[in-house]
Design a protein around this ligand. Structure first.
Ligand SMILES: *Cc1c(COP(=O)(O)O)cnc(C)c1O
Length: 440
């Protein structure tokens, strides 16, 4: 949060954060994210001793002097890289958002982070900042439906082209698509989503990075690799460590974690983040102070919540897998003990199977609907990553408008139920599943 310190040479502030708010090691010991979530980036002394940062409800900020105002605008407009050193106007930044961005980046060791009003506004701002008419976006498929719409239907209107490869593609398949894209003009961005929803197919990020580096070895500007890490991040997957340049989040899901807010995030190295920040400054897709405050609250329990939900999902899936009314359970945690390419990707990229999975029941829509209607703890709703367990029917809900052929290709069958496990008692959840399966 803001704290003014005078630069004796220029007479304007140069650091707004007190050093006390940025302690990240004790002795030689680097503090863990779970510890840093309680205080990093905030000095109570700058806010009347308030233990928690106040919500800064203000549209604009008072400059200490005219020279400081000029310097801040140099930062905001990109005349100087790195963003504004001081607070200017709430479309650009604010204390709550800045503290949140500092803490968000910690989990994945990101140099910098930005927060947004939604996952989709984060993705849209990323695209707008990197893609020009005539460019190609190469992406893994399938993507979150709104992201596919944004690329094909919205950016497509502005002359942007796209090519995709299936989420589970091999290095050779990725090479072929990237080469075809490179032959067709400027490739602006490689955009991934892993695991794909609802197939749960994992993308081999290491192979994509190696392929990009090989195919664009002599290119003046290599396309950055961005990845939507909403389903497994930041606890179970950290793609910046596997060759991704930018990580994108719907913070609405696990990071928010209480199904009570909508927000997005983007993490990565400073130069790229600065480019995206400039677009966010222009169009105003920043998250609001109240939502940022709620997310700070949420990040304090992120590791607790995700660990518990992950443990619960492992227990529930072990129960479901052996049930006679269940055809198959698409749960990433099973890959830890499995053979094959997906298991190999899992072991190289993931530290846990998450808590969102696909349940294929024996039967069709009627059986799936009876199961969903019989659930008593799990709520019938879309979304994921909250404290409460949710269940939905992709074919009739999130993917209703997807063409039948594509539904078949993606495994979105009428007997598929998507479940996001929460932090309730695991045995209670199993009892709920058991009685709902009995009701089919
Ligand atoms: C929910 C979601 C989004 C969109 O996020 P919003 O916060 O709803 O805008 C994008 N990607 C994935 C994987 C999601 O689950």
């Amino acid at each position: 949060m803001s704290g003014e310190t005078e630069d004796t040479l220029t007479g304007v502030e140069t650091t707004r954060r007190s050093a006390k708010a940025k302690v990240d090691a004790i002795g030689g010991r680097k503090l863990k994210p779970a510890t840093l979530m309680m205080g990093h980036g905030y000095d109570p002394a700058l806010s009347e001793g308030a233990l928690k940062p106040p919500v800064f409800l203000t549209s604009t900020f008072v400059f200490p002097n005219a020279a400081a105002g000029k310097r801040h605008f140099e930062g905001v407009t990109g005349k100087r890289p790195g963003g504004a050193e001081g607070l200017v106007y709430s479309r650009f930044n604010g204390p709550n958002q800045e503290i949140l961005e500092d803490r968000l980046g910690i989990w994945e060791g990101a140099e910098d982070a930005l927060t947004f009003s939604s996952g989709m506004s984060a993705i849209a701002t990323l695209f707008l900042s990197l893609v020009r008419p005539g460019d190609t976006i190469v992406h893994s498929g399938p993507l979150y439906a709104a992201t596919e719409t944004l690329i094909a239907r919205v950016l497509g209107q502005f002359g942007v082209k796209w090519l995709d490869f299936p989420a589970g593609a091999t290095r050779a398949e990725i090479d072929a698509v990237l080469q075809r894209a490179a032959d067709g003009g400027r490739v602006a961005l490689i955009y991934l989503e892993s695991p794909a929803n609802p197939t749960n197919a994992l993308v081999d990020v290491e192979a994509v990075a190696a392929s990009r580096d090989a195919i664009f070895a002599d290119a003046a500007d290599k396309p950055p690799i961005a990845i939507d890490n909403t389903f497994l991040g930041p606890l179970w997957s950290q793609p910046l460590r596997h060759g991704a340049d930018v990580v994108v989040y719907s913070l609405t899901k696990y990071a928010g974690g209480h199904s009570d807010l909508v927000a997005g995030g983007v993490l990565g190295a400073k130069p790229l983040i600065n480019t995206i920040r400039a677009m966010r400054n222009t169009i105003g897709t920043i998250c609001d102070p109240n939502t940022a405050w709620m997310l700070l609250r949420s990040l304090e329990t992120l590791e607790l919540r995700m660990s518990r939900a992950g443990d619960n999902a492992a227990k529930v899936c072990a129960f479901l897998r052996d049930h006679p009314k269940v055809e198959r359970v698409g749960y990433l945690g099973f890959l830890a003990e499995a053979e094959g390419r997906q298991a190999d990707i899992y072991r190289r990229h993931c530290t846990g199977g998450g808590s969102t999975f696909s349940l294929y029941l024996k039967g069709g829509e009627a059986e799936a609907f009876r199961f969903l209607d019989a659930l008593r703890i799990a709520k019938l709703a879309v979304s994921l990553g909250g404290t409460e367990t949710l269940a939905s029917h992709p074919a009739a809900m999130t993917h209703l408008s997807v063409a039948d052929e594509r539904k078949q290709a993606l495994g979105i069958t009428d007997n598929l139920v998507r479940i996001s496990i929460g932090v309730e008692d695991a045995d209670d959840l199993i009892a709920d599943m058991e009685q709902a399966l009995a009701a089919i």
